[in-house]
Design a protein around this ligand. Structure first.
Ligand code: NAP
Length: 259
């Protein structure tokens, strides 16, 4: 299927690795030019070079912390006109509800709620003026079903979800389509870090920890960045024009719910 987005330009935040990288790869495979971002310059340059070589699209790489105001300004200045925005950043740290103070909530909301909102505020007006745009916010399964140890993620990402629910319906008639993509467990560095931590805590081999975790998922395995990226690319396609303000869950069936 031709997604109809060849020649468009996408800003993919936090995309040298993991889920953001998966989205960047699939957009590039469909002929989309890219602005990539991550904090670490070396891995970012490697990703940019690999994508240029594999897909022949133009790739601009901006090493910056997307959750800081300066980082956002730097990325937006380098990006110019953007047709497709994928928001993403690292997730908040784990902990218990009584551990967190006001500053912890503000930091989580800055990174996982106010950063994507600031990027949408900067780029959606241009999309509206040109009559076409796509935004996909990478959030988490935690907005459908809270994860006990990730209260900061549950809180900040649900705030973003509320913003998208309202805003997406105010811009759809201008051809701008905003949705959220909700990962459950995917095989990325972040999943590996969590498995390693659990292995160290319990004294079990990391392979056993990963196998036990995979066994809790009806699909029997972790998701792949390719599957995630392909879903994202479809949500950015010409065919996603009637999908407005939705929360698309990719969790291998782990969230047991009828709808
Ligand atoms: P990952 O494998 O650790 O990759 C994170 C990517 O984001 C890297 O390229 C990293 O590069 C970049 N990054 C992190 N913080 C950044 C920042 N402040 N500014 C710019 N770039 C930044 O993580 P992932 O698994 O892809 O997860 C992506 C998001 O999905 C996270 O918010 C995570 O909480 C959420 N999520 C993941 C899963 C999962 O199973 N993987 C499940 C649910 C939710 P640098 O470190 O060099 O900046």
């Amino acid at each position: 299927m031709d997604l109809g987005i060849a020649g468009k330009t996408a800003l993919v935040c936090a995309s040298s690795k993991g889920l953001g990288r998966g989205c960047a790869e699939m957009l590039a495979a469909n002929g989309v030019n890219l602005v990539l971002n991550a904090r670490g310059a070396e891995a970012l340059e490697d990703a940019a070079n690999a994508i240029r070589k594999a897909h022949g699209v133009s790739v601009v790489a901006v090493a910056a912390d997307i959750t800081s105001e300066e980082g956002q300004a730097e990325v937006l200045a380098a990006a110019g006109e953007i047709d497709i925005l994928i928001t993403n950043a690292g997730g908040p740290p784990p902990g218990y509800w009584e551990d967190w103070e006001r500053a912890d909530f503000i930091a989580a909301m800055d990174a996982n709620m106010l950063t994507p909102i600031a990027l949408m505020k900067a780029l959606v007006p241009g999309m509206m003026a040109r009559g076409w745009g796509r935004v996909v916010n990478i959030t988490s399964v935690s907005v459908k079903a809270p994860i006990a140890l990730l209260g900061l993620s549950n809180t900040a990402r649900t705030g973003l979800t509320g913003f998208v629910a309202g805003t997406s319906r105010q811009v759809a008639d201008k051809g701008v389509i905003i949705n959220n993509l909700l990962p459950g467990i995917h095989a990325t560095d972040r999943a590996q870090v969590l498995d390693n931590a659990r292995a160290a805590e319990t004294g079990q081999p990391v392979e056993k920890v990963a196998a036990d975790r995979a066994a809790t998922i009806p699909a029997g395995r972790y998701g792949t960045t390719e599957e995630f990226g392909a879903t994202c690319a479809f949500m950015c396609s010409q065919y996603a024009g009637y999908m407005v303000g939705q929360n698309i869950l990719l969790d291998g069936g782990a969230t047991s719910a009828t709808i």
